[in-house]
Every structure is written in C-alpha cells, then in structure tokens.
Design a protein around this ligand. Structure first.
Ligand code: HEM
Length: 140
C-alpha cells in the first residue's frame, strides 16, 4: 500500500459507533452571560470527525457575533470514549489565558429531538459555579 495515501474506506472504531450520530457538522446559536460580564448572543458551528480505526473523535468549534459575523471564541480537541462509558474531552481554547483563570468548568450535552443542546457552567476566582453559555445546534 502507498504509505503516503491515508486509508479511505475503513470502518469507524467500535467505541465510536454509539457516538457516530455526532459525526458531521452542527450549526446553531446560543446565548452567554455571567455575573461579571454583559450578556451576548452568538452563532456557532461544531464539526466532529473520526479517522478510520481510531478510538477518538476530533472536535472543532468556532463562534461568531450574530449581527456582524465577527469571529468570537474558537476551540478544538478530542473526545475520547473510556471503557467505563464516560467520555474524556481534551480541549484547547483560543482564549488560553482566560482558561487558566477558570477554576472549574462543566459542559452538559443533550440530544433533544435530534438537535444538540448544551449548557456550559463555570467558576472563576471571583464567582462560584454559574451558567456561562447555552446553545441549540442542528445537524447540517
Ligand atoms: C467552556 C468554554 C468557555 C469558557 C471556560 C469561558 C470562560 C470565560 C471567562 C473566564 C470569562 C471572563 C469572565 C469574567 O470576566 O468574570 C469569559 C468571558 C466571556 N466569554 Fe467565555 N468562555 C467559554 C466560551 C465562550 C464562548 C463559546 C463564547 C462566545 C461565543 C464566549 C464569550 C465570552 C464573552 C463575550 C465574554 C466577555 C468578554 C468581556 O466582556 O471582556 N465564551 N469567558
């Protein structure tokens, strides 16, 4: 086999099969806020992909201001299903310095009538755990 050509038609890894509904592109919008900042609205696109045979899903996200299209937060990483049924999520954010200041982050994802909804909560040095974002995304 030509070693520079990536494999094309191999199957997704078995641990990815239960999550394969995520694979592809989701787009929607959300709202954010926090006790210390002004509320805001944003557009968002998520992209999930898997390499054949690899037990991991690659994740890319970008957001933008709804009125102007100006880019906002972006992040990317990997979702790694674990044998105990949990998923380890490793994410690098474009706002790396901000993330260092965050004490605690929780992200809850839910599939609601085929749409992907999530809530992000966080605690900082100044504020206990509070909602920061909520959004609803449709599969493209
Ligand atoms: C898990 C992901 C995220 C984390 C951990 C995070 C964290 C933070 C933190 C720590 C702050 C500063 C809060 C303060 O000043 O007390 C902040 C502010 C902010 N975040 Fe996020 N953020 C995340 C995702 C996003 C996303 C996806 C967007 C936009 C779509 C966003 C937009 C904003 C905005 C607009 C501010 C206010 C900035 C300002 O007024 O200076 N954040 N975020």
């Amino acid at each position: 086999m030509d070693s520079v050509t990536p494999p094309s038609a191999a199957a997704v890894h078995p641990v990815i099969v239960p999550l394969s509904y995520l694979l592809g592109t989701w787009r929607g919008q959300g709202e954010g806020g926090y006790p210390t900042i002004n509320s805001f609205s944003y557009g968002e696109e998520l992209h999930f992909s898997s390499n054949p045979g690899k037990p991991v899903i690659a994740y890319n996200q970008k957001t933008w201001k709804l009125n102007s299209g100006e880019p906002m937060h972006a992040e990317s990483g990997y979702w790694r299903p674990k044998p105990d049924g949990t998923i380890e999520v490793v994410i690098a954010q474009s706002t790396g310095i901000v993330e260092v200041q965050v004490k605690e982050i929780s992200r809850d994802f839910e599939l609601v009538n085929g749409d992907l909804s999530y809530v992000v909560q966080m605690a900082t040095n100044l504020t206990g755990i509070q909602p920061h974002l909520k959004a609803l995304l449709k599969k493209l």
